[in-house]
Design a protein around this ligand. Structure first.
Ligand code: AMP
Ligand code: ZN
Length: 112
């Protein structure tokens, strides 16, 4: 289920542009608009939910599937020597988009 007022749902529906690097029926991966590393991608499920605490069986299956696809997408996009995955959860983590997403950071030796 997608949301009408969510920027990532709009990207999934093609209503606003993004630099897509991978897409299938369950997920989309695109470039972060304000990259915090040489490679900064966002992997999003095609299901609108904000937090891991909203998990159910279908969402768990989708996230598991996403984790199986991410290594290939990361390698194809310049993460040659490793990368970091980040999932911000809620205000204290600075989550700004309330559609669960996995940051893929790499393309360099991460300084932090
Ligand atoms: P978070 O702080 O974990 O919620 O991360 C949200 C991320 O989405 C930030 O790194 C933003 O730069 C990124 N972002 C927001 N809007 C867009 C957009 N239209 N296209 C690509 N990335 C975006
Ligand atoms: Zn959404």
């Amino acid at each position: 289920m997608l949301s009408n007022d969510c920027v990532f749902c709009k990207i999934i529906r093609g209503e606003i542009p993004s630099a897509k690097v991978y897409e299938d029926e369950k997920m989309l991966v695109f470039k972060d608009i304000e990259p915090k590393a040489k490679v900064h991608l966002l992997a999003v499920p095609k299901d609108h939910f904000k937090l891991l605490s909203e998990m159910n069986e279908d969402r768990a299956a989708t996230l598991s599937y996403m984790l199986s696809v991410i290594p290939k997408v990361a390698a194809e996009n310049g993460c040659v020597n490793g990368y970091r995955l980040v999932i911000n959860q809620g205000d204290a983590a600075g989550q700004t988009v309330f559609h669960l997403h996995i940051h893929i950071l790499g393309g360099e030796n991460l300084p932090w």
